[in-house]
Design a protein around this ligand. Structure first.
Ligand code: 16G
Ligand code: ZN
Length: 550
């Protein structure tokens, strides 16, 4: 009864705006910031209930990622640091859209009953809150706290301005009973990075490996945090631009990974003086990373190194370490076999998939959205996933990590300085450098730098791993995007009937062509992707398929 009145009273303070229907999509709730108060209050309730249900700490992150500065949004992180379980999304959506405080209370009580949640149990329940640098973030965070506190027995803990991956990392660590402050994050990253750099084969650092790296921070939280972390790194020459300094540049405006990847142009603040240098770009909440190089041919365009190529670099490195770990082992019982899986989406450039398969790797596909990729990657001893847009990470299973630890001890005692020992140490360092909760631009960047040094590679070497097939992406505004239903990791259209046949017929007109459509999870549009052996073919295929969608 007390719970009921607390909820009614606080919900009344945050009425839902008229004519706004929200869906908990791949990116959580996202909208223009001024419309989000009631949503953020309710997200607080959802997170609090999630914490009660799981008996663990969960996370609530306030960000709209690469979207314009006027937008904002919220995502909930589960105890293991991954996205909130999909089974809760319908409830989240219903709650966000409940029109009156009475409806809200009814929904909560009904759901709590169904889920067997007890209010104010003995187990302490806690929600970690974080926000990006958006000016609306602070007020919205306060509103979310109200929502959390409206559930008796749950406490909010404000982590302040953090990257999305930092918050997910903190949740994950906290539930493992480990130190989970920002400083712990910085220490873990800098130490594992140092360990990888120390094990760069002799000679490579002494060759002319160019340590210079310029990073575009998208005028957001990532650049700011990298500036701090940089102080703990040795032997790395990182220059951060668009680092979110007061009055200098707007978040995500002609800067950031999304802009660079989609437009294939240099972000603001980069110019002719940077030709030939290795550059990287984060998105607004630093969960996406792409690399690029200012084109020598056309100063306005860039040679892009996208998520697919980052994935390929990581895959090559991991495969090599696994090989090194097991080569030269005479007694089979000392070998450590590992399942290595590569997870991509239909947006992965076909040339990257071909390359990975040529390496003999197992490549699987899931629908777009981190929750799908992450889940799939977690099925392997080592699972590497990336979206072409630069979101991805490498997951190590607990079981594999403990075996690796044993091997390390064994080799350290029996064959110090050997290749298998080094491979063990490198893999262990990678597992603590790379974020195990979610894709993380900062830790991804450090791993890229370490691997490039290990290989002694320039950006040019990296770019030449394979050559992207020309592609084109278009979007078509439609009245109802839910009318399009896809299957087979979004590569086939089930509804409307006949549309897939039309796409097949168009695709058959071109050599090595591929085309798919899918409803966006974040915008009211249908997206079209086409790939072919030359640009005009990709363009015209995308164009003609768009007309069928319309
Ligand atoms: C969200 C997803 C991202 C995906 C993008 C696609 C998460 C955390 N983020 O940003 O993975 O690439 O949506 O957007 O899952 P779209 O559905 O509008 O194409
Ligand atoms: Zn993001």
């Amino acid at each position: 009864e007390e719970q009921r009145s607390v909820l009614l009273e606080s919900a009344a303070q945050f009425p839902v705006p008229h004519g706004v229907t929200l869906s908990y999509g791949t990116a959580g709730f996202r909208a223009e910031a001024s419309k989000l108060s009631s949503t953020l209050f309710r997200a607080g309730i959802i997170a609090a209930l999630r914490s009660l249900k799981t008996g663990c700490t969960v996370g609530l992150m306030i960000t709209a990622s690469h979207n314009p500065v006027g937008d904002n949004g919220v995502k909930i992180a589960d105890p293991d640091g991954s996205m909130m379980a999909q089974s809760w999304e319908p409830f989240a959506e219903a709650l966000a859209n409940a029109e009156t405080p009475e409806c809200l209370v009814e929904l909560v009580f009904q759901f709590v009953k169904e889920e067997g949640i007890t209010f104010g149990g003995e187990r302490p329940a806690e929600v970690l809150l974080g926000r990006d640098t958006r000016p609306t973030g602070e007020a919205l965070l306060e509103v979310s706290k109200q929502g959390i506190k409206a559930i008796i027995g749950v406490v909010p803990l404000d982590m302040g301005i953090v990257t999305t991956p930092q918050l997910h990392w903190m949740v994950w660590r906290k539930n493992k009973g480990l130190n989970a402050l920002e400083l712990d994050y910085f220490m873990q990253l800098s130490e594992s990075f140092r360990c990888l750099i120390e094990m760069v084969p002799e000679g490579i650092t002494k060759q002319n490996f160019d340590l210079r790296l310029i990073v575009d921070g998208a005028n957001g939280v990532g650049g700011m945090k990298l500036e701090q972390l940089k102080e703990l790194l040795t032997g790395q020459e990182i220059q951060v631009r668009n680092a979110c300094k007061q009055g200098l540049g707007v978040l995500n405006e002609r800067v950031g990974a999304d802009y660079v990847q989609k437009e294939k142009v240099a972000p603001c603040g980069f110019g002719p003086n940077d030709i030939g240098l290795r550059c990287a770009s984060f998105d607004g909440d630093a969960d996406r990373l792409v690399y690029f190089r200012i084109s020598r041919v056309n100063i306005n365009s860039v040679d892009l190194v996208d998520g697919d190529k980052i994935l390929s670099l990581f895959a090559l490195f991991i495969k090599e370490q696994l090989h090194m770990l097991n080569s030269g082992i005479k007694d089979l019982k000392n070998a450590l076999p590992a399942s290595l899986g590569i997870v991509q989406t239909a947006y992965a450039n076909g040339a990257s998939t071909d390359y990975l398969k040529q390496l003999g790797l197992e490549v699987v596909f899931t629908p777009t959205g981190v929750k799908y990729l992450h889940k799939k990657a977690a099925e392997y001893d080592i699972g590497i996933y990336f979206e072409a847009n630069g979101h991805g990470t490498i997951l190590f299973s607990e079981d594999f990590l403990s075996k690796l630890q044993e091997k390390k001890n064994y080799f350290a005692a029996s064959s110090a300085g050997s290749d298998p020992l080094k491979a063990c140490l490198r893999l262990l360092a990678v597992s603590s450098l790379i974020n195990q909760a979610v894709g993380d631009a900062i830790s991804g960047l450090l791993l890229v730098e370490a691997v490039l040094q290990y290989m002694g590679w320039t950006v040019q070497n990296w770019i030449e791993l394979y050559h992207d097939l020309p592609s084109r992406q278009l979007k078509v505004k439609v009245a109802d995007r839910t009318a399009v239903i896809t299957t087979d990791a979004e590569t086939q259209v089930l509804r409307p009937f006949g549309l897939q046949e039309a796409i097949d017929a168009e695709t058959a007109k071109y050599d090595r062509a591929r085309c798919f459509i899918r409803p966006s999870g974040t915008e009211d549009v249908i997206r079209v992707y086409a790939e072919a052996s030359y640009q005009e073919a990709a363009d015209s295929l995308a164009q003609s398929v768009s007309q069928h969608v319309d």
